[in-house]
Ligand binder design. Structure first.
Ligand SMILES: Cc1cc2nc3c(=O)[nH]c(=O)nc-3n(C[C@H](O)[C@H](O)[C@H](O)COP(=O)(O)OP(=O)(O)OC[C@H]3O[C@@H](n4cnc5c(N)ncnc54)[C@H](O)[C@@H]3O)c2cc1C
Length: 334
């Protein structure tokens, strides 16, 4: 298809037209997409479009839209199951299905927008969980060589909001992901928002599906719904700094919000942005959300230029005040 408008296919609702657009519906489409990959000037794989910001009014290449569906249990043990899920499945629906069946390990990642195949790309995480801890392997199709192969977890280069696909290996189309889930539930309750919800609401016993519902409720109360106020979730990553730099900042800003890791410290990007006065601030058609300063929102008609200018304003101010460089989490597609 030529000249496809992508506005309804990205949650930031940027009005962008793709020169060419093809769907990947099943493994029978490998030949078709290999041809597209070889013949197009450039290609971009689009899943749910919830972490993607198109910077221009036109995308001068081919969009490959992931649409393959299906899931099956490939191993069933006493205390665990391995589930193979097609990339085009909706992430939130898959997590809910797993929880309803009593399979746990992903419940704190409930209600994250997007597709299953995108989940390893930035190693999605929330409420103390990250998907990397549940992925056994990822099945990919290499559009350059036409080979299919398996990338085992240890080779995915998983890190905080990072994997081998975040900045490179763009010729690899992920078509299936295999997850290892538990049958014996060990809830992860250390996150403050979950703890206080459980205390206030006296939930007992806690089951995977109850956790899934709790996380969904907490998220709904905190994050803007992209269908009402278009956004791409957290716009910046939480920056990681050294212990030494943290000690210095802590002296100057005793209220600084941080999470300690092994030998480094992760700062709350939302707190840094809020302290610079951007919470609820608007710039042209975009702004940093009034309830969650880390989320950039589109008030209608936003362009890539608005997004980049607002992002630069925030980055410069945070750098000036705290000496910390923010890094954009969303995928910017030029
Ligand atoms: C309201 C809101 C809340 C969010 N909350 C969270 C959160 O709590 N935690 C979190 O980690 N993220 C969060 N996000 C970000 C986003 O939901 C995730 O990054 C999600 O995994 C993106 O999925 P998607 O299908 O929309 O991917 P897209 O935006 O379509 O794609 C993202 C990237 O992955 C690549 N890609 C996608 N599918 C494939 C594939 N099959 N093969 C190869 N490459 C592929 C794309 O090319 C692109 O580079 C949030 C977003 C929103 C809008």
């Amino acid at each position: 298809m030529e000249n496809k408008n992508l506005k309804s296919l990205n949650t930031f609702a940027i009005d962008c037209v793709a020169k060419e657009f093809v769907e990947f519906n099943s493994q029978e489409d490998f030949e078709k997409i290999d041809k597209v990959y070889k013949e197009s000037q450039r290609v971009h794989i689009l899943a749910g479009g919830s972490n993607t910001i198109f910077l221009n009014k036109e995308y001068q290449g081919t969009i490959i839209k992931i649409e393959n569906k299906g899931k099956k249990i490939i191993s069933d043990e006493v205390d665990s199951v391995a589930v193979e899920v097609s990339a085009g499945e909706n992430w939130a629906e898959f997590v809910r299905w797993a929880c309803l069946n009593g399979y746990s390990g992903l419940e704190n990642l409930a209600a994250i927008p997007g597709q299953v195949g995108a989940s390893p790309v930035q190693n999605i995480g929330a409420y103390g969980m990250q998907v990397a801890d549940r992925i056994l392997w990822v099945e990919v199709h290499n559009m350059k060589t036409s080979d299919n192969y398996r990338i085992m977890n240890a080779d995915c280069e998983f890190d905080y909001r990072f994997s081998r696909w975040k900045t490179s290996h763009k010729e690899e189309l992920i078509y299936k992901v295999v997850f290892l889930l538990d049958k014996i539930f060990q809830p992860k309750l250390d996150y403050a928002a979950i703890k206080s919800y459980l205390e206030e609401n006296k939930v007992n016993p806690i089951t995977p599906i109850k956790m899934c519902d709790i996380v969904t409720k907490i998220r709904d109360s905190k994050l803007p719904n992209p269908e009402i106020l278009p956004n791409a979730g957290s716009f910046f990553k939480n920056p990681t700094i050294s212990q030494e730099q943290f000690e210095d900042l802590k002296q100057r800003f005793p209220q600084i919000v941080s999470f300690s890791q092994q030998d480094t410290i992760k700062l709350s990007a939302a707190w840094l942005i809020e302290q610079c006065g951007f919470k609820g601030e608007r710039y042209n058609c975009v702004g940093m959300h009034a309830k969650q300063a880390l989320v950039m929102v589109n008030y209608g008609g936003a362009t890539g230029k608005d997004v980049l200018e607002m992002a630069n304003l925030v980055k410069e101010k945070v750098q000036e005040k705290f000496g910390v460089m923010l890094e954009i989490e969303a995928h910017l597609i030029g």
